[in-house]
Design a protein around this ligand. Structure first.
Ligand SMILES: NC(=O)c1ccc[n+]([C@@H]2O[C@H](COP(=O)([O-])OP(=O)(O)OC[C@H]3O[C@@H](n4cnc5c(N)ncnc54)[C@H](OP(=O)(O)O)[C@@H]3O)[C@@H](O)[C@H]2O)c1
Length: 332
């Protein structure tokens, strides 16, 4: 028996993604085999394909930062997971496939009944927004925040979680996407025709409590400048390449030296490797919010898993609002 997955055959545009067949082997002793139901298409999938991340994987590799699926076989030493369980994992690579082999300790339980396409957006995009809001910036009801990159996968997660936390939100996005910001009560700022620093100085002369920056570059310094005393800038953009990584670290260090009562912090979801307990707790919170209907992931489009190239092309086109998700064909 075979299953298919998507590999990056060389660095480049979405066309380099190709379908390959693999043998469907039994899982190793500590592994489970998962039938993939959903995998998000997200910014790190794109940058790793182009080789823009500081430590890009060797070619060929299977992209795919996260999965939700059903356990369909278990290894002999597996104790908790059982066939039929709905589970998720943060994989970083490997999610674009009809099946994936995971170690039992990597599994995140997913409550039954949740839509896999919605649930899988919580594993990366929502955890970034949730943890930067509540663990890094530690926002309080009524705080004033700016979201740089408010219309994308992480941006729309901020909009929903920010509304839930009763924050006053400003968001930077393309003009044709402002309706989504307005839907969640945020004040939109168009980065092409408006200077966000001027807008914030005018509307919030005392400054903001927190700025969440998914872009980096000039946005770091300028975002820092709209903070009030005691405010915090949280940068989570993935620097493209070593030069930008070092420039980013230099900028962050410089911001720290400024004696003005403000601070700059970097957030990386890669910390899930070292803070598993904290991540499990936060994923459980997010699943509860989804079950209760308190969050509703914005899904721009779903594609069959094997059409990952089209899905990546759509994400790269800049037309997307919210998330693009690959799903098993029976879920379309
Ligand atoms: N640190 C971490 O753990 C972590 C995890 C995941 C992702 N990331 C990083 O987070 C960033 C955002 O990811 P995402 O998944 O939300 O991406 P996405 O869904 O592709 O959205 C990209 C966002 O960037 C905005 N944008 C593009 N050009 C812009 C500009 N010149 N000025 C202001 N905004 C601009 C887009 O706005 P419009 O479409 O409205 O123009 C859109 O809101 C990426 O750098 C990604 O690599 C970091």
């Amino acid at each position: 028996m075979k299953y298919r997955s998507i590999i990056v055959t060389r660095r480049g545009p979405p066309e380099v993604l190709q379908v390959v067949e693999n043998d469907r082997r039994p899982p190793a002793a500590d592994e489970v085999r998962v039938k993939v139901l959903a995998a998000p298409v997200c910014a790190p999938d794109v940058t790793s394909r182009y080789g823009q991340t500081p430590f890009p994987p060797k070619i060929p590799f299977v992209p795919g930062y996260a999965v939700v699926g059903i356990v369909d076989a278990v290894g002999r030493d597996v104790e908790q997971a059982a066939i039929g369980d709905q589970v998720a994992a943060i994989t970083v690579y490997g999610g674009y496939g009809e099946a994936i082999y995971l170690r039992e300790k990597e599994l995140i339980p997913v409550p039954a009944g949740l839509d896999p396409a919605e649930a899988v957006t919580l594993i990366l995009n929502y955890i970034v927004a949730y943890q930067t809001l509540h663990r890094t910036a530690k926002v309080n009801r009524g705080d004033k925040i700016l979201i740089i990159g408010a219309s994308g996968g992480i941006g729309t997660a901020y909009l929903q979680l920010g509304q839930l936390a009763s924050l006053t939100m400003y968001g930077i996005a393309s003009k044709n996407k402002h309706h989504i910001l307005l839907e969640y009560g945020a004040t939109p700022i168009d980065y092409r025709s408006q200077d966000f620093v001027e807008v914030i100085h005018q509307k919030e002369p005392k400054g903001l409590n927190a700025v969440f920056d998914g872009m980096g570059g000039e946005y770091l310094k300028r975002g820092f400048s709209v903070l009030k005393r005691g405010g915090v800038l949280v940068g989570y953009a993935n620097p493209l390449g070593y030069a930008r990584l070092f420039a980013f670290l230099g900028q962050m260090a410089l911001l720290h030296l400024l004696p003005n009562g403000r601070s700059a912090k970097y957030y990386g979801a890669g910390m899930f490797r070292f803070k598993r307990g904290m991540f499990m707790e936060d994923w459980a919170t997010l699943f509860s919010l989804l079950e209760a209907g308190q969050i509703k992931p914005v899904i721009h489009q779903k594609f069959p898993i094997l059409q990952a190239a089209e899905a990546n092309a759509l994400l790269e086109s800049g037309r997307v609002i919210g998330n693009v998700v690959l799903v098993a064909p029976d879920l379309l």
